[in-house]
Ligand binder design. Structure first.
Ligand code: KIV
Length: 363
């Protein structure tokens, strides 16, 4: 479904006073938009030039062949480009990632947005819910993802207990995700008091994504992990929360586990991109948890999580085959071992059989 938006819409969540991200009108020719920001303009930890290889001489006279634009790496996703995708009706693809390899996979697969979700508490850290994960743990995951990612927008999920107490706490935590992990934006859950926290973080210059419907950090208060907005009153509450988050300056909102018809009705009232998970097809994009979509996680997968691969079964089969080969001495084979010169081997055997102590002879 394609919502009509004002062409001149200026995204409110793009950082106040032109801070961290490109702020400005988004009615730019997509082609120009593609070429607008050189990749190097975004901060990247450890992204210096490749060190010269052994034997490679880099001289000032080395001819430089310019890379044709068509072969250049895709440009990083920005908030204006995201809004432009929404305006053009191009579905936004978002996925979670929690480490370097999953970030590389998301990068190569060409997704638009990567979320270091607090779902990582369960999928990679083994907690029973998202509640226990700490900011430091989330930052470690986010740093690893940052190292594997160049193009998608990177969003860090503020964990439970890291932003609710005050605006100051929320800003301080959000700043850590930007400064320490190189995230482009942060996400927080719920309406209510989170609306003011979102407003404060946006005012501090950090883009914020909201999250309404099923909000796992407060699932107990919602009556468990169940769909939200299934009565008119609860659906109106979802709408009120989403509109309040939009007014607070959020650049986008996740809708989780909401009836498709409710999503369609509420999305029509919003102007910012809505990313759905278990919220039907009326959203501007979709997000899935990496481990759910690839079938890596053995915990409970919600009904909305479509499984595109069954990698966990393949991983178990691979490790089991390795174990079996070791046990029947089929691994390692000659192709996995190093050789030694015949002469040196003979000398080794002589040294060992001479009866002396090899510790003195070695050197
Ligand atoms: O933590 C997470 O993975 C999320 C997504 C489900 C949106 O919040």
């Amino acid at each position: 479904m394609h919502r009509t938006m004002l062409k001149s819409k200026l995204h409110r969540a793009t950082v106040a006073d032109g801070g961290l991200h490109d702020a400005g009108a988004i009615t730019v020719d997509p082609e120009l938009l593609e070429r607008r920001t050189p990749p190097s303009s975004r901060w990247r930890p450890w992204s210096g030039p490749r060190p010269a290889r052994k034997g490679e001489h880099r001289m000032s006279t080395t001819p430089r062949t310019p890379v044709p634009p068509s072969l250049a790496a895709p440009l990083p996703m920005t908030l204006p480009r995201l809004a432009e995708k929404q305006r053009l009706g191009e579905p936004i693809v978002m996925v979670t990632a929690y480490d370097y390899p999953s970030a590389q996979v998301a990068e190569e697969a060409g997704v638009d947005v990567v979320l270091v979700g607090d779902s990582g508490a369960m999928t990679v850290l083994g907690y029973p819910s998202t509640v226990p994960v700490s900011t430091d743990e989330m930052l470690m995951l986010a740093c690893a993802v940052r190292r594997g990612l160049q193009t998608p927008l990177l969003i860090g999920d503020l964990p439970f207990g890291s932003y609710e107490a005050s605006d100051e706490q929320a800003i301080a935590t959000a700043q850590r995700f930007i400064k320490e992990a190189g995230c482009d934006a942060v996400k927080l859950e719920r309406g209510g008091t989170s609306v003011q926290r979102a407003r404060a973080i946006v005012a501090s210059g950090i883009p914020v994504m909201g999250h309404v419907g099923l909000t796992p950090q407060t699932a107990t208060a919602l009556g468990g992990y169940r769909a939200q907005g299934r009565t008119a009153e609860r659906a109106l509450q979802v709408a009120a929360d989403a509109l309040a988050l939009q007014d607070a300056g959020c650049f986008s909102i996740v809708f989780e586990a909401i009836p498709a018809a409710v999503t369609a009705a509420v999305v029509a009232k919003l102007t910012i991109p809505v990313i759905g998970i278990g919220a039907g097809a009326a959203t501007d994009g979709q997000v899935l948890v990496f481990h759910d979509l690839l079938g890596i996680y053995d915990g409970h997968a919600p009904r909305f999580a479509k499984r595109y691969q069954d990698l966990r079964a393949e991983m178990v089969a691979g490790v089991a085959e390795y174990a079996a080969e070791v046990r029947r001495r089929a691994f390692p084979g000659p192709e996995h071992t190093y050789s030694i010169d015949e002469h040196e081997l003979r000398r080794l055997h002589e040294g060992l059989s001479a009866g002396g102590d090899p510790r003195g002879a070695a050197g």
